[in-house]
Write a protein of this length. Structure first.
Length: 294
């Protein structure tokens, strides 16, 4: 039960056919690439990391380049903590804004070239002509893989969207004279052990909208974000909480005059507005997860 007494109504079951198909084909594609780019949501890097897929990459000894995307939406202080956390694990993550950050995108290309150099050297040592580094991009739905590819190319080459499941098939794209990249569908684990993770993934559109209830996710956000970012909520919605009137969807609906016919508060619209505001960064920079203690 959450703090509002609502029963959590789902164990994550949103696992469409294209996702299952890609999961089956992943190992085959993995054999054809030199480097894997793992794209994570900078606001919740570990919750947006598919550990099973990551372990398969490590088993095949493929170099892995970690990207923390959507840094423009993340709490800058906590994002810096995340970068230091990954560095403490021996990784060199690259934080990017896939749509605007050309400097970070150049750093990503250089990281891929460095990671793929041993494979290139082995290719040439066999007497074969040098070829582009073959890279595969992986990540959960809506972490920004397609936007990152378009940013690297400098034009809209692959489809993007603010919802899960836009990319359904694999496609090869040349993002640099020396780097070819295999775009792939976002993939979720068939089941999440922690339901909190499912709520956060629903918030960032990694889970399809038909798999969750807006009001449940919105109330979860209030329970878990107001304490950390109350100043942002107050600035956006103009109503500090009091012991007599804690934060609630009802208060947001009343504050924004969200009413049904007949004057009843429209709680569904309030939930949708809150989720959309958080997703689009309209409340300000936020992180939904902090690094674990090493």
């Amino acid at each position: 039960m959450n703090n509002h007494g609502q029963e959590q109504r789902y164990q994550l079951q949103w696992y469409p056919g294209h996702m299952a198909k890609w999961d089956r084909e992943f190992n085959t594609h993995l054999q054809t690439v030199d480097v894997v780019i793992e794209v994570l949501d900078a606001r919740m890097p570990l919750m947006s990391r598919h550990m099973d897929i990551r372990e398969r990459v490590k088993t095949k000894n493929k170099p892995l380049v970690t990207v923390l995307n959507k840094k423009d939406l993340a709490d800058k202080r906590i994002l810096q903590d995340w970068l230091e956390y990954f560095q403490s694990l021996g990784e060199e993550p690259i934080a990017v804004d896939a749509q605007r950050d050309s400097q970070a995108k150049n750093a990503l290309v250089k990281a891929v070239q460095a990671a793929g150099k041993p494979a290139q050297d082995r290719w040439v040592s066999k007497g074969l002509k040098a070829r582009a580094i073959r890279t595969m991009i992986m990540g959960m739905p809506n972490v920004g893989k397609s936007s990152l590819i378009n940013g690297l190319i400098g034009k809209k080459k692959v489809h993007t969207g603010h919802k899960a499941g836009v990319t359904r098939q694999t496609q090869w794209v040349r993002v640099h004279p020396q780097v070819e990249l295999l775009d792939s569908p976002g993939i979720l684990p068939p089941k999440l052990e922690r339901q909190d993770d499912a709520h956060w993934l629903a918030l960032v559109s990694s889970i399809g909208e038909n798999a969750f209830d807006d009001q449940e996710v919105a109330r979860f956000c209030l329970d878990n974000l107001v304490g950390r970012y109350e100043d942002l909520f107050c600035e956006k919605y103009g109503m500090p909480a009091t012991p007599e009137e804690p934060w609630s969807l009802e208060r947001i609906a009343e504050q924004d005059s969200l009413l049904k016919a007949g004057g009843e508060l429209d709680i569904q619209r309030a939930a949708h507005r809150l989720i959309t505001d958080i997703r689009q960064g309209k409340l300000g920079h936020m992180c939904f997860e902090t690094p674990p203690k090493n």
